[in-house]
Design a protein around this ligand. Structure first.
Ligand code: MSP
Length: 630
């Protein structure tokens, strides 16, 4: 079996600035490239720009520059964006490069030699002001969809590709290879389209000069889609570098659903004609809207991937795009959805797990821990991990990114519960050192694997977790040298925590949404009787634990002098539960009980906060539980 993996993105038109749709395809391809790299594959990941054709020519004209000048200007936006988003492409192809002219002319010639290209006449509707050919389907009320003016019937000499000849071979290929088009719904669409019978395709234009000339006839330039699709084989050396080509081809093409026909029909037919194996798979994703609206330039910055990455962080942005919507379906981007994901999945689940577990190793074990293989593998942790790992791998192989992340988050959730159940702080207090060490080593082993499997999605944060738990190399080089490291409990050694990172700060409500505090006016002064109605007591904390799914709330069991009561306090960002046991706290005892995250709270803890954080109010010297504050 070949140990190589070749993944491509579409090449992007240079008549527009990059938007979230471009970022989406490219991030998805990057995730899969990184995933196969950690599995040990020799990965080739290609992206680039589509720089020919009438569209580019027209935009350049409107800006008073040449098409090449336009391309040189806009290509930089894409290249800078991919750097910013941590895209690990191995090559960046531009269709105006010499190597590409060479491959496109060669492919055209061999298809021509095969007898699959003939000169004919292209006839369609033409909008003169827009200089565009239009099909029946594109017309709106018989007029140009762009400028709404009447159109003419026009004929142009054109080279045609005998696509009709490949109707049956293509259908057979799709039937024989159920994985060829993903997802299934799209595959069915393509099958019914092909079944209607393919029409020969016009593959040259005389209406534009901006393109690659047809070999032997300079009056024609090659149709921009024939030119663009060929980029996928140019970049891996076709036809001259057969060693490289055979090493990587066939590819997995990641694209949006709008360009599926070009990739799952035209491209395979060209390849069938040229005798080149067809792509391994064409994966078509859905379409993004923004705050419920179709994207348009007038929406401005909200859709600009640069500013989204600045606002939310690169990794959170990458995570959101692949977690929020099942790959293949349409999705909607909104600030509120993004904030929710960051606060719950990232800050709360992953962030808390990392911070709590690393800080416990620091506090209880001096920052040192042994591999789980030495401290003893906890079978329960192992079995939950194995189940999640299998579901993760299966989903990644199917490019079901959101499901892969769900599986990983199941394991993160399990480890958060594991902390609550094993109570490492109690093991520490009761000097059950061996047990404590075992729990912490299993936690660290879990966290190590979480870092590795998070890596394709959030490379920076994953590497930060990895280095925090004592690994000196970055994840990719470490795993590639040491494939055992993907197995729970297989590595050995002693490790030192280097930091307890705050991975994802929570996003609080916008400042404008926070109610301003009004100055106290005389009318609002209260009498001593009013104050006497408030019963403020000192209580002793008997136990404390985090409220699941909240990084703010801690559930306290407080002895009030008579009985234990449950008090839920919003102090989780400032206190670890284990540090609270035994503390004397001040609380309001006669507040009406309130339900917080399903837990009834019988009182309110008093605390004070300033810009340095939050501090609980405690009596200056120890007092009896139940003493009243006056
Ligand atoms: N140049 C062609 C592709 C040639 S590939 C041989 C092209 N370029 S494009 O710049 O218009 O778009 C490229 C990709 O961006 C497509 O895969 C498309 O699906 C994606 N998106 C553009 N807008 C999008 C959304 N609103 N949502 C998701 N992806 C979208 O087509």
């Amino acid at each position: 079996m070949k140990n190589t993996f070749y993944v491509t993105t579409p090449i992007y038109y240079v008549n527009d600035v990059p938007h979230i749709g471009h970022a989406y395809t490219t991030i998805a391809a990057d995730v899969i490239a990184r995933y196969y790299r950690i599995l040990g594959y020799d990965v080739f990941f290609l992206t680039g720009t589509d720089e020919h054709g009438q569209k580019i020519e027209k935009t350049a004209k409107s800006q008073g520059i040449s098409p090449k000048e336009l391309a040189d200007k806009v290509v930089v936006n894409f290249q800078t964006l991919w750097k910013k988003l941590n895209i690990s492409n191995n090559d960046f192809i531009r269709t105006t490069e010499k190597r590409h002219y060479h491959t496109v002319s060669h492919l055209f010639k061999i298809i021509q030699e095969k007898g699959d290209i003939y000169l004919g006449e292209y006839e369609d509707w033409y909008c003169i002001p827009c200089e565009t050919f239009l099909t029946d389907n594109q017309l709106i009320d018989g007029k140009c969809p762009e400028c709404k003016r009447p159109v003419d019937r026009l004929k142009e000499e054109s080279y045609f590709f005998k696509m009709s000849k490949y109707t049956e071979p293509l259908l057979k290929h799709i039937e024989d290879n159920p994985d060829f088009i993903y997802p299934l719904s799209r595959r069915n669409e393509i099958v019914s389209f092909v079944k209607q019978g393919l029409r020969d395709l016009s593959i040259s234009r005389t209406s534009t000069r901006w393109g690659i000339p047809v070999p032997g006839n300079d009056n024609h330039v090659i149709y921009v889609w024939f030119d663009a699709l060929t980029n996928y084989i140019t970049a891996i050396g076709y036809p001259d570098n057969s060693e490289k080509f055979e090493k990587y081809w066939p590819a997995v093409h990641f694209i949006g659903k709008d360009i599926l026909k070009f990739h799952a029909v035209y491209w395979p037919c060209f390849l069938l004609s040229a005798g080149i194996p067809l792509p391994k798979r064409v994966v078509a994703h859905g379409w993004w809207t923004v705050e419920g609206q179709k994207m348009s330039k007038s929406l401005g910055n909200a859709i600009d991937p640069f500013s989204l990455a600045d606002k939310y962080g690169v990794d959170a942005f990458r995570y959101f795009l692949l977690r929020e919507v099942p790959f293949g379906l349409d999705g909607d981007f909104s600030d509120s959805a993004m904030t929710k994901r960051i606060n719950s999945d990232l800050a709360n689940d992953l962030g808390n797990l990392t911070k709590r577990s690393t800080s416990m190793v620091e506090k209880f074990l001096n920052g040192q821990y042994q591999s789980a293989s030495s401290a003893g593998i906890d079978e329960k942790v192992l079995s939950v991990f194995l189940d999640c790992q299998k579901r993760y791998d299966d989903s990644m192989k199917e490019t079901s990114f959101s499901r892969a992340l769900e599986s990983l988050w199941d394991f993160i959730g399990f480890l958060n519960k594991y902390i609550v159940e094993t109570e490492p702080w109690a093991l520490n207090k009761n000097k059950k050192t061996e047990e404590l060490k075992k729990v912490m080593s299993n936690l660290m082993e879990g966290l190590r694997l979480i870092a590795i499997y998070t890596y394709p999605f959030m490379p920076e944060k994953a590497n930060l977790i990895f280095s925090s738990i004592g690994f000196k190399e970055d994840i990719e080089s470490y795993v590639r040298k040491n494939f055992d490291s993907l197995v729970f409990g297989k590595i050995s050694g002693e490790f030192t925590i280097t930091q307890t990172p705050d991975l994802f700060p929570r996003i609080e409500k916008e400042q404008s949404e926070i109610k301003k505090e009004e100055p106290v006016t005389e009318k609002e002064l209260i009498s001593i009787e009013d104050f006497a109605r408030v019963e403020i007591l000192i209580g002793k904390v008997k136990s404390a634990e985090r409220v699941p799914k909240s990084d703010k709330l801690i559930k306290l069991t407080v002895f009030d002098g008579n009985k234990d009561r449950t008090i839920v306090a919003g102090i989780g960002k400032y206190y670890e539960p284990e540090s609270l046991t035994g503390k004397e706290i001040t609380f309001i005892a006669n507040l009406k009980p309130a339900k917080l995250m399903g837990i009834t709270s019988e009182g309110m803890v008093l605390a004070v906060s300033d810009e340095d954080g939050l501090s609980l109010l405690t009596p200056e010297k120890s007092v009896k539980a139940g003493s009243r504050v006056r």
